[in-house]
Design a binder for this molecule. Structure first.
Ligand SMILES: NC(=O)c1ccc[n+]([C@@H]2O[C@H](COP(=O)([O-])OP(=O)(O)OC[C@H]3O[C@@H](n4cnc5c(N)ncnc54)[C@H](OP(=O)(O)O)[C@@H]3O)[C@@H](O)[C@H]2O)c1
Length: 283
């Protein structure tokens, strides 16, 4: 299959590149310098030239605080970018798989969100990502929107790496005790995305590792896996001075996958253990 992958240099994108490299699929993966998704002509020209059957969009402005401070940039990349991709895909009859986020929810539900729950973002990142979802749904029928959460993986630095570094070098680790979501290993996510890409399914899918925890619980799990204590500064979200507010409880329930009998996402603690083994060889 001919696949076009936007955001191939990011945390999720790199895992998809590695996974598809072991297959016969032909994957084109322009950098943002080659195709800026905020520019419709650039997207259209690339799509028309390469004629993909599937476009996977992992490109986004994922820095939640930067989105809050640079609203125009957030809407351009996270909302208009997906619109451009969907328009170009429709012309070529290509399917679109678009990545989205748990931050489309307000965090007030108190239990994991499924695909039928009402969205209500509380920051610009979440709003701009939700607008991206809406554009995809408006423009094309042939789409899968995949919402994931708190991703960790080898592709770039992330919260898990920050904690491992703190434990190994005995540096202070700041851990928020009242923010909950579903930590998700990029490698597991890539495997599940590829499996779903091989089906004819459409619609919105939550795709996170099973279970959920606070940032503090992630720190505790990492300390326990490494077998070393660390200097942990426990704070509340209120004490964490950041431009953007985060939802308090945005864990995801992979309900759509589950009812289809296709939820193969492993449990997050088991995924975390595999990641520490693969990247740090310390357990
Ligand atoms: N990371 C998480 O914890 C998390 C959680 C929930 C949902 N998600 C969603 O998952 C998806 C992937 O996230 P990620 O963490 O893998 O992203 P990431 O590591 O931050 O990488 C973002 C990618 O987007 C590309 N990009 C940015 N602006 C672009 C533009 N104007 N044109 C073309 N490409 C552009 C970047 O390309 P260059 O490097 O070439 O500029 C980069 O490859 C996103 O939709 C995100 O919202 C992520």
């Amino acid at each position: 299959m001919k696949i076009l992958l936007f955001g191939a240099g990011g945390l999720v994108g790199k895992e998809l590149v590695a996974l598809y490299a072991r297959t016969a699929n032909e994957v084109s993966r322009p950098t943002s310098a080659e195709v800026d998704i905020t520019k419709f002509e650039q997207v259209q020209d690339f799509v028309n030239e390469h004629k993909p059957e599937l476009i996977i969009n992992c490109a986004a402005l994922t820095d939640v605080d930067k989105c809050e401070l640079e609203e125009d940039t957030a809407y351009k990349i996270n909302a208009l970018g997906p619109k451009h991709i969907a328009l170009a895909a429709r012309e070529q009859h290509a399917k679109v798989i678009h990545l989205s986020t748990d931050y489309v929810f307000d965090g007030e539900k108190g239990e994991p969100y499924n695909e039928f729950d009402a969205t209500q973002p509380i920051n610009i990142y979440g709003k701009s990502k939700l607008d991206g979802e809406e554009f995809i749904k408006e423009v094309t029928d042939d789409f899968m929107i995949i919402r994931t959460a708190w991703v960790f993986g080898k592709g770039r630095g992330n919260f898990v790496d920050y904690v491992v570094d703190g434990v190994l070098k005995q540096k202070e680790i700041t851990a928020i005790k009242d923010m909950v979501s579903s930590p998700t290993y990029a490698e597991d996510l890539a495997v599940q995305i590829k499996k779903m890409a091989e089906t004819r399914e459409t619609g919105i899918f939550h795709m996170a590792n099973k279970g959920y925890g606070t940032r503090l619980e992630i720190v505790e799990e990492i300390m326990s896996l490494i077998g070393k204590p660390a200097n942990v500064k426990v704070i509340t979200q209120r004490q964490w001075e950041k431009p953007a507010k985060r939802p308090a409880f945005s864990a995801l329930n992979n309900y759509h996958l589950t009812v289809l009998g296709k939820n193969e996402m492993p449990e997050w603690k088991e995924a975390l253990k595999r990641y520490l083994k693969a990247k740090y060889k310390i357990i």
